[in-house]
Ligand binder design. Sequence first.
Ligand code: NDP
Ligand code: GDR
Length: 371
Amino acid sequence: MKTALITGVTGQDGAYLAELLLEKGYYVHGIKRRSSSLNTDRINHLYQDPHEKEIRFKLHYGDLSDAMNITRIIQDVQPDEIYNLGAMSHVKVSFDTPEYTANVDGLGTLRILEAVRLLGLTEKTKIYQASTSELYGLVQETPQSETTPFYPRSPYGVAKLYAYWITVNYREAYSMFACNGILFNHESPLRGETFVSRKITRAASRIALKQQDVLYLGNLDAQRDWGHAKDYVEAMWLMLQQDQPDDYVIATGVTTRVRDFVKMAFNEVGIIITFSGEGETEVGIIESCSQPGYQLEIGNVVVKVDSEYFRPTEVDLLVGDASKCKQKLHWKPKYNLKALIAEMMASDLVLFKKEAYLKLGGFASRRKNSN
Ligand code: NDP
Ligand code: GDR
């Protein structure tokens, strides 16, 4: 039975990957950060009481900025596979915390590679590096493939560029089995609340339930190739099951504007959005709302553009060419964007209906909705 170590196990991809590997019979170790409030919501269902006889899922406290901690955990776990998913993963926030992002997302990858090398595990341990379509940044060509030149447009993208190349370098210099998965945007009901997809599905649900009035967004014209995280973690695993290490693009090949994602999400609750005008005053207009008992007025403004959510430099257009992965790994996504949005909306509607019932019963939390 194989042993895997996942950094970023408390994140969206970490949770889906841990589930997948446990299903495949792996022993799964994850690194979680200490935080003042619990941060294991996404993986609580996998938790095992340490007193159980056979522990197949174990968490270790750690941080990618701490080389000794990372090295000790790798030494203890002796993993067959490491999935380096840990990162400060928010592009806009990376402009506010550029040095921290470089340390964790860039040097964090080096710390893992170097630990594997120093511990003499280069023959045993295969490494997956969570690379990103943000490497492409300023559009050079479309669709973007493994041979498209990189031109990152954020401190996050630049940090991930270092991580990409240090992974390639360790593979070539020390014959390590290290792969870059260049993953395009992937979402799910577990997506962090401040990424645009989840921000939209949460707001569409809350607006349909009359718990929120307006959704503030930034650039509505950006185009993204959105897939489902569940499909994408399977590709990560497949990369490490090959005879030779390599780098692969994972994408659906379909690109959609943010404004069209908005329309599709609101459409799930019977709200038809029409965008009118350009620039900062752009608004959405409701024609109807089919949520029982929650009829909204026709003509309500539900989407406003707020410059707060624009980035100093933007990535305008991402659309991936995953031919290599499809051909060599026989990978194919099961979800399309409509099915993804339907699943996210269904999940958020349940979440906020629960919140409404709690409020009705006088058990409402003090938490405010924040974007
Ligand atoms: P999330 O933001 O959901 O999860 C990030 C994980 O990294 C969390 O577990 C977080 O811990 C952890 N983390 C953050 N900082 C540190 C640190 N200093 N030390 C150790 N762990 C840390 O991201 P996703 O699951 O969406 O993405 C997974 C990886 O894939 C990331 O590296 C991301 O950059 C990359 N990626 C994601 C894509 C996407 O569309 N989702 C596309 C391409 C690449 P905590 O829970 O405590 O915050
Ligand atoms: P991205 O995802 O930057 O592509 O990075 P995000 O969902 O944050 O933004 C996608 C696009 O939507 C535009 N946008 C907004 N974005 C956010 N977050 N909030 C808004 O209000 C808003 N309004 C418009 C953005 O400008 C952007 O163009 C994600 C992360 O998961 C990275 O870690 C990963 O590497 C890449 O995907 C691939």
